[in-house]
Each structure stands twice: as C-alpha cells, then as structure tokens.
Ligand binder design. Structure first.
Ligand SMILES: O=C(O)CCC(=O)C(=O)O
Length: 277
C-alpha cells in the first residue's frame, strides 16, 4: 500500500483500485464465473443441503464441494462460496501479489483468507446496507491504527469483472463510517438514499478494498444486465472462516484445491500451516 493509499484507506474506510486485474484476467474470470453460475444452478435441486449456523440454507456441489445459496430469479442473488473449488481459472487469485501488497498495508503479521464468494446480482437486485456503528464495532470487524500502522481484522477485496455503471448495481459506502460513533438514524432509508451514501462506478478489472467496519451495500441493479463480482476476505491468520456457509469453522479447502496450489497459497488458506504444527 502506498502512502497515498494508506491515507485514503484510513480517511474513507475503502480504496478504489483501478485496473488491479488486467483486461485478460478480468475477461477470463468473467468467463469462469459464468461457467460456475451454470454449474451451481444445475445442481441446486439435487446437491446435498447444508444449513448455515447463521440460518440460510445452502446446497453443495457433489464433485467440487463449493456451497451455493440463492437463485437466478428476477431481483435475486446467487452466491457461490469457496468459488476457487471450481477448477481452475480462479487459482491465481489465491495470493495474487498486487492484492497482497494492498492487504499487507491493512493487516499486520500473518495474513489469512477467511472468505471467498462469487456474487451474482440479477436485474432488480440490491444489497442492503450493513456494518458501520454499532454493528461494525464487534471485535471481528475492528479497524485500528497501532504504532502508525493500520491493523484491521476483517477486510475485503471486491474484483469487478466487467464495467458497472451507476444504475447497474454499484457497490456503495458511507465514507468514513468506520470512524463514526452514532448509529444510522434512518434504518428504513432505501440503500441509494441513505444519508451520506456514495456509489462507486467501476471498470472491468477494477477492485475495491475495504474494512468490514465501514458501512456498505449495493445500489439497486436497474439495468437488464446481471452483475458478477468476486469477493475475497483477508484478515489475521487466526481468524476462521467468515463465509456464511461455514461461519467460524476451518476455512473449507478441498484436497483437490490444495493439491493444485503452491505451498504459499496453501498457507493463506491455513490448512498447510495447521498440518505442519
Ligand atoms: O457490491 C455489493 O453488492 C455489496 C458488497 C458487500 O456487501 C460485501 O462485499 O460485503
């Protein structure tokens, strides 16, 4: 993270990173995401069911082992957690060096991946606002600056695989809400009219990095285009899975995935580290 990125991340709670992925990388991830969408929907009725401790029901892909939730109906979201179990176009994102340079500026000591999801937002869909004060003040969501260094628990990188214009379901934030001390006083305000909210239009290959502590959501997708994004959570290596399907369990990494990855990539998913102890 450059000094300017550090300054802006601290000030806003998020960073817009134009071109973090090359056009070829964004294109191949979009193609893989659309293949994964078809793969996940094809076993929605038949895949074994799994109830998250947080409530939502998932199905699991019988061969690849990822968890999926939701549907492709109008206004719906399809969520595929542990998307990198789907071979193998996503593998390079585990330990992607341009990403890690940013993450290391916000998470001190050993970093781990605690969350990975392909989020598919169909026309009419929106993501409700969440986090900020007081929800974001829990220990898992901590944002702090210690000895002149930013030190977060949960952070997230969102990768945008195609352009997303203002009315196409942009990710949004209430800038600086990670520093706020009062609850949002209008909890029924529509996402795009919440006081202080700001949508971030992006180009294919852009990314947004943020502290979970900052209040965020997704504006309504008013277009006829489906929005595809990849979301990866980073934090201290001791933090267990923050995927909703496997909340607070070991990060779910299949043997097939681990066999394809390098040792340093496996370490980020922590199974190799635990086995070595
Ligand atoms: O982009 C969106 O729809 C919302 C993203 C979000 O809420 C998240 O990544 O936690």
């Amino acid at each position: 993270m450059t000094p300017t990125q550090q300054y802006l991340f601290d000030l806003q709670g998020f960073l817009h990173l134009p071109g973090l992925l090359s056009p070829d990388e964004a294109g191949s991830l979009l193609d893989a995401s659309q293949r994964l969408e078809r793969d996940a929907l094809a076993c929605a009725a038949t895949g074994p069911k799994w109830k998250s401790v947080w409530g939502p029901e998932y199905w699991q892909h019988p061969q690849h082992g990822y968890f999926a939730h939701g549907s492709n109906g109008a206004g719906q979201t399809l969520m595929v957690e542990d998307f990198w179990h789907f071979p193998s176009a996503f593998d390079f994102l585990v330990g992607h060096e341009p990403t890690m340079k940013i993450v290391r500026g916000a998470v001190q000591r050993d970093v781990g991946i605690n969350n990975s999801e392909l989020r598919i937002r169909y026309p009419g869909n929106q993501t409700g606002m969440h986090m900020g004060h007081p929800h974001g003040c829990g220990p898992k969501y901590r944002y702090s600056v210690l000895d002149g260094k930013i030190d977060c628990v949960m952070t997230r990188m969102i990768y945008f695989l195609h352009d997303v214009k203002a009315d196409e379901g942009v990710t949004c934030f209430v800038p600086a809400s990670h520093l706020g001390r009062f609850a949002m006083p209008e909890p029924t305000a529509p996402v795009d009219r919440e006081p202080g909210v700001m949508g971030i239009p992006v180009k294919a290959g852009d990314a947004i990095f943020f502290t979970e502590n900052c209040r965020h959501g997704g504006f309504p997708n008013l277009s006829d285009k489906t929005r595809y994004t990849l979301h990866v959570g980073y934090g201290p290596a001791w933090l267990r899975s923050q995927n909703i399907s496997t909340m607070d369990e070991d990060v779910h990494a299949t043997d097939a995935l681990l066999a394809r990855l390098s040792e340093s990539q496996r370490k980020l998913l922590r199974r190799a580290r635990r086995a070595a102890m």
